[in-house]
Design a protein around this ligand. Structure first.
Ligand code: ZN
Length: 188
């Protein structure tokens, strides 16, 4: 097992649709174990394979609901269904989202309150997860990663100049920039 470096916005793998997983082999198994380790070290509530530089349709999640229920797993080749998304302005306190590939910043973003993810696990057994609230937000965020979309791409127009200014100031927005959980002190 190994922690892998996390790609930062600008790396093409983050902005490209990831490919379906075809081979359920030892290499896939290793990738998923590394993704869990990397997600835990970051730490993050979710991690998509493109974030570790692998353009495959896989994400891991690790989330504890308000009632203490612990949700942890992997979804491969997911399909997402979501409820309606409000067009109101997001609440920057209650709906503040962050991303390990845009580390250290958060912006408010409206998401659907409900989501259903279907896909398979490492043994190709079917997975179906129904989520509400923050857990539903995680699925929407990670699923977006598999389609080359970062949450900052979805922000209301008012935030876009700030996002551009951050990318300029951090010298992101180019290929090959990564950070290493447990080594680089970044609070995502
Ligand atoms: Zn993310």
């Amino acid at each position: 097992m190994a922690i892998r470096p996390i790609c930062i916005t600008g790396n093409p793998v983050l902005h490209t649709r990831a490919a379906e997983v075809v081979d359920f082999d030892a290499e896939l198994n290793q990738l998923v174990q590394d993704m869990f380790e990397t997600m835990d070290a970051a730490p993050g509530v979710g991690l998509a394979a493109p974030q570790v530089g692998v353009g495959k349709r896989i994400f891991t999640y690790n989330y504890t609901e308000d009632d203490g229920t612990h949700k942890r797993g992997v979804v491969i080749n997911p399909v997402l269904e979501i409820g309606p998304v409000s067009e109101e302005m997001p609440d920057d306190e209650e709906e503040s989202e962050g991303c390990l590939s845009f580390p250290g910043y958060r912006f408010g973003l409206k998401r659907a309150d409900t989501a259903v993810i279907t896909g398979v696990d490492l043994d190709q057994n079917p997975v179906k997860l129904e989520a509400e609230g923050w857990f539903a937000r995680i699925f929407q965020h990670e699923y977006d990663h598999l389609n080359g979309i970062l949450y900052v791409d979805r922000l209301v127009d008012e935030y876009k100049p700030e996002v551009e200014a951050i990318i300029d100031a951090e010298e992101w927005g180019q290929n090959g920039i990564t950070w290493m959980p447990g080594v680089d002190d970044l609070d995502a």
